[in-house]
Design a protein around this ligand. Structure first.
Ligand SMILES: NC(=O)C1=CN([C@@H]2O[C@H](COP(=O)(O)OP(=O)(O)OC[C@H]3O[C@@H](n4cnc5c(N)ncnc54)[C@H](O)[C@@H]3O)[C@@H](O)[C@H]2O)[C@@H](O)CC1
Ligand SMILES: [K+]
Length: 493
């Protein structure tokens, strides 16, 4: 059995609960001891991140997340800090009541949350709710979260209010500067609203023995950008025909830039040859701006056949449009039997008439396109991105990239990889066109669909982070070309 990498393994809350149970029942570690370890890890994190904090405010819920908070508050007291603990309820359950008693024995005092009560401190510790969250926050809990905003927050396990399975929050939610998560990564910390709510993420495995994880499936994995395994360094004695021929199809009138970005991304990621099938009106501009791209006018679809014949991989859709011209290209491309990356307008056409594939296929929908492919709506897709990407991959029998904050890559067999990189600067025109070219280039160089998609997404997001630095606003898609070239050659892996 392959060794599980705890830092890359993502679990549902039910799976994490099963690990907790196994640690207690099978490995004989009492639940209260786990709580102590969680509090130790979180307090160490607090000291490391806020070394000057002298006064801490602590929010404690009634369950075990609150128990972690009581024990952390006790540690802070014993370290000589001022502690203002606000408890949501007058009593706690199970191990948490023992933690509460321990805090009181150490001289701590719990203030009960009520009208206008808000914790005081240089840093707030959020121990209201963790994996036991059952419904959106409302009432007193929501008010407490609102009253605590504006100060640095360390969230215990999960920012309270965030659904740790889906990464969404439909009610009030703590916005943390850092989240220290216990035992194992909850998958919902890495996508959707979680990207804004978690801050920096840390994992504290609480020294659980390997036996606690045995027999418990991993739901998803974090993406890696280790290009070397899928795309080894090039031999010297080679020529361009070894690295595939990408044909990028799209760029209806007014959208020539989109398909040029796709083509140039494919070149920058190492495709041996890149041709562009587009409107004749765009050919001159593309050739002038990037002479290495072989742009051809295919206003007459008959001109397409020899291009398809020569290509090894197709990048289909950027700027394709939904008119007759785009539809003709779409049909010709998908009957050619070539490996294909399907993006943008081609996804809308695919939603009208799903296809069977005779070669590798990668679909790259954003949530709107995903909703069209599933016959649902954007809110439903975003409510559970894991379910959406799995359903898309299964239904379309293809590898699917569900774009957006915390992009997911899903395979028809249920595997999912989550991309932990990317930034809001990448919410700008042309970024998706570049991703399509990146994935097509990896396919052209011999990666299978799964590797091309998961690595392509990782390289693209990391290139976006490198290009943005700390200034995401104003990032443009072509800023990614230089870092992409570095990363596809193994830099920073
Ligand atoms: N032994 C263990 O199982 C461990 C658990 N740990 C902590 O325990 C947490 C899970 O503890 P629990 O299962 O007790 O769950 P939580 O502490 O997350 O919350 C459970 C309590 O909150 C209430 N609740 C849920 N949603 C609510 C809402 N929207 N409004 C008001 N009340 C709501 C529930 O009725 C229940 O009383 C983890 O997140 C982690 O922080 C850690 O101490 C590590 C070990
Ligand atoms: K919490």
């Amino acid at each position: 059995m392959p060794t599980r990498d705890p830092l890359a393994s993502l679990y549902t809350t039910a799976q994490v609960r099963a690990i907790d149970r196994a640690a207690i029942d099978r490995c004989g570690i009492p639940g209260f001891e786990l709580m102590r370890r969680a509090a130790d890890a979180a307090f160490a994190c607090l000291r490391r991140r806020w070394p000057d904090a002298r006064r801490i405010g602590v929010l404690a819920g009634s369950g075990n997340n609150g128990g972690d908070a009581f024990l952390l508050a006790e540690l802070a007291l014993r370290a000589g800090m001022d502690v203002d603990l606000v408890a949501l309820t007058g009593d706690s359950s199970g191990d948490a009541s023992r933690a509460r008693a321990s805090f009181v024995e150490a001289g701590g005092r719990a203030r009960l949350a009520g009208n206008s009560v808000a914790p005081v401190g240089d840093v707030l510790v959020d121990g209201l709710f963790g994996t036991g969250l059952k419904r959106p926050l409302d009432g007193l809990a929501a008010e407490l979260v609102g009253r605590s905003a504006g100060r640095p927050v360390l969230a215990l396990d999960v920012p309270s209010g965030l659904d740790a399975d889906t990464g969404t929050c439909t009610g009030a939610c703590v916005r943390a500067d850092a989240t220290v998560s216990f035992v194992a990564w909850k998958r919902g910390l890495f996508t959707a609203d979680a990207i804004d709510q978690c801050g920096a993420r840390e994992l504290a495995t609480l020294d659980l023995p390997q036996a606690a994880y045995e027999g418990i499936a991993v739901d998803a994995e974090l993406a890696d950008a280790c290009i070397g395994r899928a795309l080894p360094p090039r031999r010297a004695n080679v020529n361009k025909s070894r690295f595939g021929h990408v044909l990028a199809l799209g760029g209806d009138h007014g959208y020539g830039g989109a398909i040029r970005l796709t083509g140039e991304a494919a070149l920058r990621c190492g495709a041996g040859l890149v041709s562009i099938a587009t409107r004749a009106a765009h050919v001159g501009a593309i050739n002038a701006a990037r002479p290495e791209l072989m742009a051809r006018g295919v206003d007459d679809a008959a001109a397409l056949a020899p291009l398809l014949e020569r290509a090894s991989v197709l990048a289909l859709g950027p700027g394709l449009g939904l008119g007759d011209w785009g539809r003709r290209l779409f049909d010709a491309a998908l009957t050619s039997g070539r490996s294909v990356v399907v993006d943008a307008d081609a996804l809308t056409l695919l939603a009208e008439a799903p296809r069977a594939w005779s070669a590798d296929a990668v679909l790259t929908p954003h949530p709107g396109e995903a909703a069209r492919l599933l016959g649902s709506d954007v809110a439903s897709v975003q409510r559970d991105r894991f379910a959406a990407v799995r359903e898309l991959a299964r239904r379309h029998a293809a590898v699917v990239v569900l774009k957006g904050a915390g992009s997911l890559v899903g395979a028809p067999d249920g595997r999912v990889v989550v991309c932990p990189w990317g930034n809001p600067g990448m919410a700008s025109a042309g970024m998706g066109d570049v991703l399509t070219g990146v994935i097509a280039a990896l396919l052209a160089q011999g990666c299978n669909a799964w590797d091309a998609a998961r690595l392509g997404v990782a390289l693209h997001a990391r290139a976006g982070d490198e290009a943005a630095g700390d200034a995401p606003r104003g990032l443009v898609a072509s800023d990614l070309f230089v870092p992409l070239r570095r990363l596809v050659n193994g830099a920073g892996a």
